[in-house]
Every structure is written in C-alpha cells, then in structure tokens.
Design a protein around this ligand. Structure first.
Ligand code: D54
Ligand code: ZN
Length: 278
C-alpha cells in the first residue's frame, strides 16, 4: 500500500499558488497502479481517496499509519466504485461480485477487505473513498439500476448529463460518506455548470472514461477567484469546502464525486450565477 498526505488550505493562501503548487496540493495524479493500492489521506474532513488495482494478485486493505488503528475500517466507512473489468470484493466472509460501474458501501468495523480481478487482461479498477465513521452500517452493493438517477443540463448548453446517486443517504445508510457518478452524453463537456459551492462539505472529483489524448480542465477556487487544473484520465482532484468544482472536457467523460462534512443533504448547495464567475 502506498499513501501520501495533504493538509488543509486557506482560500486567501491559495490565491497566490502557481500551477505547480496548485497541482501539488489538490491533484491526485496516480490512482491506479498494477497490483497496488494507492491512497491520499487529506486533512479536508479526513477524507481518503485512492484506488486498488489487483491484476496478478489479490490485494488486501491494510491500515495506514495516519489512522493509528489496528485495521483500516476500525473507525471508518468506505465507498468503492469499480471503473474497470469484473472483479470481486471480499468483506470478511461476504463475497461480492463487482461489475463495471457498480458500487459498494462497506461500514465501520469490517476487519478484512480483499480486492480481486476476474481476468488479469481486463483488471478491475476499484476507486475508493473513505471517511471517519461513528456508527456501523451494513455492507451494501448498489448499481445504476437500483439508485435514484437525475438528468441535468441540455445538449444546447453542452452539459447534458446523467447523475447516478449510488452511495448517498437516499439510497443507503451512511454516516457521512456520499458518492455518485455523473456520465456526460456525447458532445456534452461541462459538468456542474451553473456551479455551486457547499461550505458544509468538501468534495473529491475523479475523472475517467476520458480518451488518453484528451483532457478535462477542472475549475476550482472561490467563484470570484477561480483557478484551473488540467487533468487526464483516471486522475482525481480535492475540492475544499470553500471551492467551486466544475470541469470542461475536450471530449465527454464520466466522473465520480465523493463528499463528506456537515450534513447529508445532496441538494444543500449554494449556487452561483455564471455571470458572477471571475
Ligand atoms: O455536490 C454535488 C456534486 O458536485 C456533483 O454531484 C455535481 C454533478 O455531478 C454535476 O452537476 O454534474
Ligand atoms: Zn458539489
């Protein structure tokens, strides 16, 4: 297991960051490596984001040092979405088959979590988010077919997209973790525009389904003081609670959003008008 740590950031400080510093603080460049688990431990609501990519071997989730716990989920919950080929997740004695774009919630108190791929030529890629938890909730698998779905945007505004509320409190029991997936239609490139902030919750965005030669320009910062980060396929970006989070791609793409913080209300957003952006 490999991990790195990110500290919190004040919006007044972030104003003076250059490209390199912005990327160092907020971008998570490497999520997947063959037969490795990569995690980023952030001080933004103690959120962890990363990925497990079992190819030849199965991978076992281990506690990392900043947790100071005997096993990873001793005081944490976890959400996982498989963005690769078919795989399996074993949670203690439970064996859960995980197809492409299927999601799993694992509650606090589960000692053993094992990741496997069914075919090394088309390995599973498990995108992982985790937050502190103080209550045990059941392990639950959620697919696109059994969660609330919302269609937003339009072709004319280049932002026609489908939001799948996979692991949110209207779908499953969760302490604070909220995760879902947004798929952009062909020809649509903008996500979360008109945009919002939610000072109650931080967020992590993970972009995928993006052709290798294409990119997503991710917008962050206070809406009146915005910054951008160029991102490539299978990279993630940390969005502090005070930051906008939106993106425009050079093609369409899919992304996973994950949140944690003060409340569980998905619609608790402070929207801003496009004309007020700076
Ligand atoms: O707070 C919610 C998150 O930013 C996303 O759900 C937004 C999103 O998927 C979109 O509008 O495209
Ligand atoms: Zn948001």
């Amino acid at each position: 297991m490999k991990y790195d740590t990110r500290y919190g950031n004040h919006p007044e400080d972030v104003k003076s960051y250059d490209t390199e510093r912005l990327r160092k603080e907020f971008l998570i460049e490497r999520i997947f490596e063959e037969d490795q688990i990569h995690l980023t431990y952030t001080h933004h609501d103690r959120y962890i984001a990363g990925g497990a990519m079992p190819v030849q071997d199965s991978l076992s989730l281990q506690a990392i040092d900043p947790l100071k716990s005997s096993y990873f989920l001793e005081r944490r919950e976890m959400g996982i979405i498989n963005v690769g080929g078919d795989g399996v997740i074993e949670v203690n004695d439970q064996v859960i088959e995980m197809g492409h774009k299927e999601a799993l919630y694992i509650g606090k108190g589960n000692e053993q979590v094992l990741f496997k791929s069914l075919d090394p030529k088309n390995p599973a890629k498990f995108y992982i988010n985790s937050t502190p938890a103080h209550q045990k909730y059941p392990v639950q698998k959620v697919t696109k077919d059994n969660c609330p779905t919302v269609e937003l945007g339009s072709r004319e505004a280049s932002n026609h997209r489908t939001i799948h509320k996979l692991l949110v409190n209207s779908t499953i029991l969760t302490c604070q973790l909220q995760m879902g997936m947004t798929e952009l239609k062909n020809g649509s490139v903008w996500n979360t525009m008109p945009g919002h902030v939610h000072d109650r919750r931080m967020e992590v965005y993970f972009y995928f389904d993006l052709p290798e030669e294409q990119a997503v320009c991710h917008f962050m910062g206070q809406p009146q003081e915005s910054r951008h980060l160029w991102m490539h396929n299978e990279q993630a970006v940390i969005s502090p609670a005070w930051s906008m989070h939106s993106g425009a791609g050079t093609s369409n793409y899919t992304f996973i959003w994950g949140m944690a913080g003060e409340n569980l209300d998905y619609d608790d957003m402070d929207k801003f008008a496009i004309k007020d952006l700076r």
